[in-house]
Design a protein around this ligand. Structure first.
Ligand code: THU
Length: 138
């Protein structure tokens, strides 16, 4: 599947967004190495902090189905905005743990996309490895 097709799928996912408060639809589409695709969309809540972003929804669904980072070929995230949508801080933290650092992450809008990865989107991230130094004498 080409990146543009993945972006198109992410726009289909955005149609499923539940956004009564922001009216800002975000779509995500994960392509798995077995060819399966998983859609994610943002789901808002009247208690705003309980909102779930599109890309986290997609990745959590994949993990719930038993997939892990090595099974993920690429992730596309789209929004109807200029410049390109940029994942929020909470999503970057989650994606840094649940995606391989070099898996393509495609950020798209209607007529343009860019391909990055989590190593670029969240350099020097806090990871499980960071916890292993917690017993060092300071
Ligand atoms: N949103 C996402 O779905 N992903 C992001 O990375 C940025 C923000 C959603 C959350 C909320 O429903 C709306 O966009 C406005 O913040």
């Amino acid at each position: 599947m080409k990146y543009q097709e993945l972006v198109n799928e992410a726009f289909k996912a955005a149609e499923k967004a539940y956004v009564p408060y922001s009216h800002f639809r975000v779509g995500a589409c994960l392509l798995l190495k077995d060819g399966k695709i998983i859609h994610g969309a943002n789901i808002e809540n009247a208690a705003y902090g309980s909102t779930m972003c599109a890309e986290r929804n997609a990745v959590y669904q994949a993990y719930c189905q038993g997939y892990r980072k090595d099974d993920i070929e690429a992730l596309a995230i789209v929004g109807d905005c200029t410049p390109l949508i940029s994942p929020c801080g909470a999503c970057r933290q989650v994606l840094a743990e649940l995606l391989d650092p070099y898996t393509p992450v495609i950020l798209g809008c209607k007529d343009y996309f860019e391909v990055l990865n989590m190593n670029e989107l969240l350099p020097r991230s806090f990871t499980g490895d960071s916890l292993s130094c917690s017993n060092q004498d300071l």
